[in-house]
Design a protein around this ligand. Structure first.
Ligand code: SF4
Ligand code: SF4
Length: 282
């Protein structure tokens, strides 16, 4: 496609052709290619909860330590919903995990790195219970992989990059994000409390484990001893539980049993405390 020379707007690298799972596209990446590692020199990578779980486990860090060392915060939408991006190496745009030999965390690289050079767009039509995924080829000038002769289906590429496991792990979280985004203006700006809970349950898994170990959590939610034991030891089970908790606390989709009357009692106590505090202040 020829570009109008008078049009100086930046051109998007996304090829405007929607691909389905069994559509083919031409691309190959390998260590012998002249542009090897170029894509990791200038990064803008949003992290998902499962990305963080895998990387913090690989690096033997607590979630909080990982967030502190390797991420930078950003707002995912106009309502302050917190997101995290992978931090770049000091005073540069390159990835911290890049080595001479390539990716230093290859087996645990984030979802966005696995997808490249495909882009994913998830949409949910109004009143539809399911998301629809569409794929696009992202063609950046520095990436020579598009000139390699190899073609494959989107499905085969996803499999070769291990994308399926990551998508499966993050599916419920993406649903929460999409739902929050789609009903944003109708319910107004989320409360600080709900944004804090979103951060805790999405990114700070160890902090979330501490949170569900508190007497006040136990006062409201009735978790069987065996499940509690599993949540204390198994990060993946805890992450999936965290997504259920988010759906329940943000959208009222109840899957975690609540003790009868517990929420009401807690709200009444909170009211009393607020009234007492304003009495003291007056
Ligand atoms: S995590 Fe690995 S693949 Fe992803 S940008 Fe960093 S070095 Fe590249
Ligand atoms: S072919 Fe593209 S994805 Fe592969 S190393 Fe080169 S720039 Fe990166």
């Amino acid at each position: 496609m020829n570009q109008d020379p008078s049009d100086t707007r930046p051109q998007s690298p996304i090829t405007p052709v929607k691909l389905e799972l069994d559509d083919h596209f031409q691309f190959a990446c390998h260590s012998g290619i002249a542009c090897f590692n170029k894509c990791c020199q200038s990064i803008d990578i949003q992290l998902t909860p499962y990305d963080i779980l895998r990387l913090k486990t690989r690096l033997r860090l607590s979630a909080r330590e990982f967030l502190f060392r390797h991420t930078v915060p950003f707002e995912m939408d106009g309502h302050g919903v917190p997101g995290l991006k992978l931090r770049t190496a000091d005073e540069s745009t390159r990835c911290q995990f890049l080595t001479e030999q390539g990716c230093g965390v290859y087996e645990d690289r984030p979802t966005a790195c696995r997808y490249y050079a495909l882009g994913l767009m998830s949409m949910r039509k109004k009143d539809s219970p399911t998301d629809e995924d569409a794929y696009f080829v992202v063609k950046e000038e520095h990436c020579l992989g598009h000139h390699e002769p190899q073609t494959q289906t989107v499905r085969a590429y996803r499999e070769s990059q291990g994308v399926d496991v990551y998508d499966d792990m993050n599916r419920e979280w993406r649903q929460v994000v999409l739902k929050k985004r789609s009903c944003g203006p109708t319910i107004g700006k989320p409360s600080d409390r709900s944004l804090q809970l979103f951060f805790l349950a999405s990114y700070d898994l160890d902090g979330f484990r501490d949170f569900i170990s508190t007497p006040s959590f136990d006062e409201v939610y009735a978790i069987a001893a065996q499940e509690r034991e599993q949540l204390m030891q198994d990060d993946v089970a805890l992450m999936r539980f965290a997504f259920r908790f988010l759906k329940q606390s943000l959208f009222g989709e109840t899957t975690i049993p609540e003790r009868p009357g517990a929420l009401e009692k807690r709200l009444a106590r909170r009211k009393e405390r607020t009234a007492a505090a304003s009495g003291e202040a007056g």
